[in-house]
Design a protein around this ligand. Structure first.
Ligand code: F6R
Length: 231
C-alpha cells in the first residue's frame, strides 16, 4: 500500500524524510536502517548529519545495510558507495563503523540477506528510483523473488551514473545489490522521488500491474510504502 505526499521543492522533501528517519531512531534507537546512495538522498543525509551534531538524534545503537555497491571498486575509491556513505553520513554521526554494511564479494546467494535477518530485519528502508524503474541495481527483468545478487548494469544506468566518473568507460559494469525480495522484507519503505525525469518511472510503478519490466512496481505488493515526491 502506497501513501504518497507531494512537496513543492526538494528541500521540503528532505526535511520530511529527515523527520521520518529521526522519528524512527527516537522510537527505536537500535533500528536497522536500509540506506541508498545517489543524488536523491544527499539532502536527507546532510540534515541527518546536522541533527546528529546538534544531539537531536543518535545512530549509536543503529545498524545500517546499504542497498548496493559497485563490483571491483575498492572501499577507498571516491566513486564507491562505501566512500559516499562515509563522506555524506557516517563520518558526521556517532554510528559504530562496524555496524555499517555494504554488499560485496561473497554476499550473493543469501549471505547478505542472512546478515540482515541476523540483525533483526530492516525496520526502515530508504529507496530512490532509476529512470527505468530500477530500485537498488535491480534493472528491468529482475525477478521479484531475487535476493542479494551480482547485477549487470544497463547501458542507460551506466550513462546516468557516468556523471560521477571521469568517463562512461570508468563506470563499473556490475554491482552487488539487494534483490527485490530482500527489499520487500523491510518492515517500512520510504521511496524518495526527486525530479520530473523520474515521474514516468514512478507512474508505471504505481499504476501498471506489477511486473519485472518495472522493478519498482513490486512495491505495490508491500503493505507500508511511503512515497515523497518533488519536482
Ligand atoms: C543507489 C540506488 C539506486 C538509486 C537510483 C536513483 O543506492 O540503489 O537505485 O537510488 O539510481 O539515483 P539518483 O538518486 O542518483 O537519481
Amino acid at each position: 500500500m502506497f501513501s504518497i505526499t507531494c512537496f513543492s521543492n526538494g528541500k521540503e522533501l528532505d526535511i520530511a524524510a529527515a523527520d521520518v528517519f529521526s522519528e524512527q531512531l527516537r522510537q527505536k534507537p537500535s533500528s536497522v536502517l536500509g540506506l541508498a546512495t545517489g543524488s536523491t538522498p544527499e539532502g536527507l543525509y546532510a540534515l541527518l548529519s546536522e541533527k546528529c551534531a546538534r544531539g537531536e538524534i543518535s545512530f549509536r545503537d543503529a545498524e545500517t545495510f546499504n542497498l548496493d555497491e559497485y563490483a571491483g571498486l575498492s572501499p577507498d575509491d571516491p566513486n564507491s558507495y562505501g566512500f559516499y556513505m562515509r563522506d555524506k553520513l557516517f563520518s558526521h554521526t556517532d554510528i559504530n563503523p562496524n555496524k555499517t554494511h555494504l554488499p560485496g564479494k561473497g554476499d550473493e546467494n543469501g549471505a547478505y540477506d542472512a546478515k540482515i535477518a541476523a540483525a533483526g530485519g530492516i525496520d526502515l528502508q530508504l529507496l530512490g528510483i532509476g529512470r527505468n524503474g530500477h530500485i537498488g541495481f535491480n534493472e528491468p527483468g529482475t525477478p521479484f523473488e531475487s535476493t542479494t545478487h551480482m547485477a549487470e548494469l544497463t547501458e542507460s544506468t551506466r550513462a546516468a551514473n557516468s556523471r560521477f566518473f571521469a568517463s562512461l568507460s570508468d563506470v563499473p559494469e556490475y554491482a552487488v545489490t539487494m534483490g527485490l525480495s530482500t527489499i520487500m522484507q523491510a518492515k517500512k519503505i520510504l521511496l524518495l522521488i526527486k525530479g520530473q525525469e523520474k515521474f514516468r518511472a514512478f507512474a508505471a510503478a504505481y499504476l501498471d500491474a506489477p511486473s519485472p519490466c518495472v522493478p519498482a512496481s513490486v512495491l505495490q505488493l508491500h503493505n507500508d510504502v511511503e512515497v515523497f515526491i518533488s519536482s
